[in-house]
Ligand binder design. Structure first.
Ligand code: KG4
Ligand code: ZN
Length: 317
């Protein structure tokens, strides 16, 4: 993706190779990255009408994530920076998600509370006036997206299952099945309980000799599961708002594309009289635009990286 003060182009190469396995296979992911990095960068430059010699800076994700995939991106970015004498900026993937709220206008006013909900992370972050981040709540077990993917897999839905559960939930009754909600006393989240309840429900049903779920039953199950996850997320956001003075609510990461979550957050924002900022769906799931915009901000602030920058698979925000 190319930024020129504003977004000039963005190219995403989706990896279908994982669908077959019901989850990401790290070795296949990094091999695909290796195969695709050159054509994708070439495509982004061409679409932006920018030549390699016009670039000043290259931004790259250095963590958190899969080591092999991070290394492919880092090796490419460092080689490009070295060969072309470009500035190099390492970006934290989660910081990238926060900056997905700054790809297009209108931006949230600072400070704002951001719910970062992806396949690997679920955390509540306060972004202050100086773009400093403070994590005030996080998941103690699964990430919200991971719960969607695991429950979807159990129901035989393709990977990643979040969008499929979302679509099916739209036709179901969210109060059909009383799945338990885990509300922790602080601002942390836990999703393993709800995931296990769905597993037991499906297992008990099969053991009782009940016929396989029909379309209506599947829709009710998805709607009930989604309602429980959304309620856990939104309740923690609501509680956080009583503790930190912020001017807006933001949500970022793949799960922010979820329609149930969007509706519930819209209601909460109206109740709290705060603006709600959600990136358009293309910027919710992983994309290079958010990394480039985060890198742009870092570069402008003079936070450049050295060529010794290395992959940090478990990097925190
Ligand atoms: O941010 P992202 O693209 O990648 C990570 O950094 O993890 O998030 C991917 C996650 C997957 O777990 C996917 O199932 C979930 O986001 N997701 C959704 C929806 N769209 C994507 N979950 C629920 N509802 C959706 N509409
Ligand atoms: Zn992500």
């Amino acid at each position: 993706m190319v930024v020129r003060g504003r977004l000039a182009s963005s190219v995403v190469a989706a990896q279908d190779v994982h669908r077959r396995y019901g989850g990401v296979v790290p070795e296949l992911a990094s091999r695909d990255h290796q195969r695709l990095v050159l054509p994708v960068v070439g495509d982004a430059l061409e679409k932006a009408g920018v030549a390699l010699r016009d670039l000043t800076t290259v931004a790259v994700t250095y963590g958190p994530g899969l080591a092999g995939s991070l290394l492919v991106g880092l090796s490419f970015a460092k080689a490009l920076a070295w060969a072309r004498s470009l500035d190099l900026v390492g970006v934290n993937h989660l910081e990238g998600h926060l900056f997905s709220l700054f790809i297009e206008e209108p931006h949230p006013p600072l400070p704002f509370l951001c719910l970062v909900v992806s396949g690997g992370h679920t955390q509540l972050v306060v972004v202050d006036e100086d773009f400093r981040y403070r994590t005030i709540g996080r998941t103690r077990d699964d990430a919200a997206g991971e719960a969607f993917d695991k429950v979807g897999k159990l129901l035989g839905l393709p990977y990643p299952a979040g969008p499929h559960v979302d679509r099916l939930a739209a036709g179901g009754d969210p109060s059909a099945l009383p799945f338990p909600r885990t509300h922790l006393p602080d601002l942390d989240f836990s999703f393993s309980g709800i995931k296990t309840s769905v597993l037991y429900h499906v297992r008990d049903r099969a053991a009782s000799g009940a016929p396989p779920l029909d379309d209506a039953g599947l829709a009710d199950l998805c709607a009930s599961f989604q309602a429980a996850v959304v309620s856990m997320l939104v309740r923690a956001v609501d509680r956080a708002l009583t503790r930190v003075p912020v001017r807006a609510i933001g949500v970022a990461g793949g799960v922010s594309a979820n329609s149930g979550l969007r509706t519930a957050l819209r209601e909460l924002a109206a109740k709290r009289k705060l603006g709600l900022y959600i990136p358009r769906p293309a910027w919710c799931t992983d994309n290079a635009a958010m990394i480039a915009v985060a890198g742009y901000h870092r570069a402008v602030a003079g936070h450049l990286s050295k060529l010794t920058l290395t992959a940090e698979p478990a990097l925190a925000l």
